[in-house]
Ligand binder design. Structure first.
Ligand SMILES: [Zn+2]
Ligand SMILES: [Zn+2]
Length: 144
């Protein structure tokens, strides 16, 4: 186990180092110039998006993908939420296209839309379920 923790730590340090190399910075600058909008939500792009498999073959492989423009460009939010396997709500993306002040919400893979975009019936169902959950938890506390 210590080996694994060590390896993860090394990996992070290595990544932090890569992100600052002039070659990578130049590649990202070019990427976001050519792909000015986030491929997930449409906001202005600021970084390169990736998936874990992009790194398994090493830095040179990944950087060459950024240089070849074969990785998607994205915004900071989609980058960060993507690390937690979250994606922007598709209805929020539509709202954002009409109004750039719209706050895009993020949802997990098994959700179709964010809470704000659930139908009236779905909202009622959701609130009902939350109430049941709360009651179960209260009962559990009583008995434990
Ligand atoms: Zn985005
Ligand atoms: Zn939404």
């Amino acid at each position: 186990m210590p080996d694994l923790i060590h390896a993860i730590k090394d990996h992070r340090i290595q990544l932090a180092f890569w992100w600052r190399t002039p070659r990578y910075c130049a590649a990202v600058d070019r990427l976001i110039q050519i792909k000015p909008n986030c491929e997930r939500c449409g906001k202005p792009s600021t970084t390169a998006l990736y998936n874990d498999s992009d790194f398994s073959q090493g830095y040179l492989h990944y950087i060459s993908k950024v240089e070849d423009l074969t990785v998607p460009a994205g915004c900071q939010h989609c980058y960060r939420e993507g690390l937690r396997n979250k994606r922007p709500c598709p209805r929020c993306i539509e709202e954002y296209q009409k109004n750039s002040d719209w706050q895009i919400r993020y949802i997990s893979v098994d959700e179709k839309v964010c809470f704000a975009h659930l139908s009236k019936e779905e909202k009622i169902k959701f609130k009902h379920l939350t109430k049941i959950h709360r009651r179960i938890n209260q009962e559990r506390k009583k008995w434990s």
